[in-house]
Design a binder for this molecule. Structure first.
Ligand code: ADP
Length: 162
């Protein structure tokens, strides 16, 4: 039984995240979609909102479980008895940061491996923060997120054009 963990802020989950989760879920027996709760970093959506949106968006994947964690990722990995971290890569510009993170995690927990998965070209521009900015300024982002997320964005994020 191989269990992988896909960690991130997912504030909110986008179609790019769903794409990676679908591909990882097809490769591993179980995938934990792990939402990082960072008390030092302001988030747009609460822990509960992020969890609900992710659970709805991933409901079609029976071997995916949505959880949240705070503190060190490697501690969560050990708790969940998983040795595989999944990270999505959009562009070369992300590599430095991701490589550093992977090496830090390896220092902390040598038994854990980071797997990088390339996104699809159609999601390579898509980030949670870019999405929110575009939405705030009146951009049509309805094709970038599942309908449930779009509905919550309309409730939560004040649009500057209205
Ligand atoms: P974090 O706050 O951990 O940087 P995010 O919540 O933005 O991250 O994303 C979590 C993971 O999903 C990261 O590995 C990130 O590179 C990846 N990711 C984000 N957007 C996309 C996308 N459009 N396609 C594929 N992977 C993505």
């Amino acid at each position: 039984m191989i269990r992988a963990v896909y960690p991130g802020s997912f504030d909110p989950i986008t179609n790019g995240h769903i794409y990676i989760a679908e591909r990882a879920a097809a490769l591993f027996d179980e995938l934990i979609f792990a939402i990082l709760i960072n008390p030092d970093k302001a988030s747009t959506f609460s822990q509960e909102e992020r969890q609900i949106m992710a659970s709805e968006a991933l409901a079609h994947l029976p071997n995916v479980r949505v959880k949240y964690f705070n503190g060190l990722l490697v501690d969560f990995m050990r708790q969940q008895e998983s040795r595989i971290i999944i990270r999505g890569l959009r562009a070369l510009s992300e590599f430095d940061y991701e490589f550093q993170l992977a090496q830090m995690n390896r220092q902390l927990a040598p038994e854990i491996e980071t797997f990088f998965m390339a996104t699809d070209a159609k999601y390579s521009y898509l980030s949670s923060s870019g999405l929110k900015t575009a939405f705030r300024f009146g951009g049509d982002v309805s094709e970038m997120v599942p309908p449930g997320v779009y509905a919550r964005m309309k409730d939560k994020i004040r649009r500057n054009d209205k």
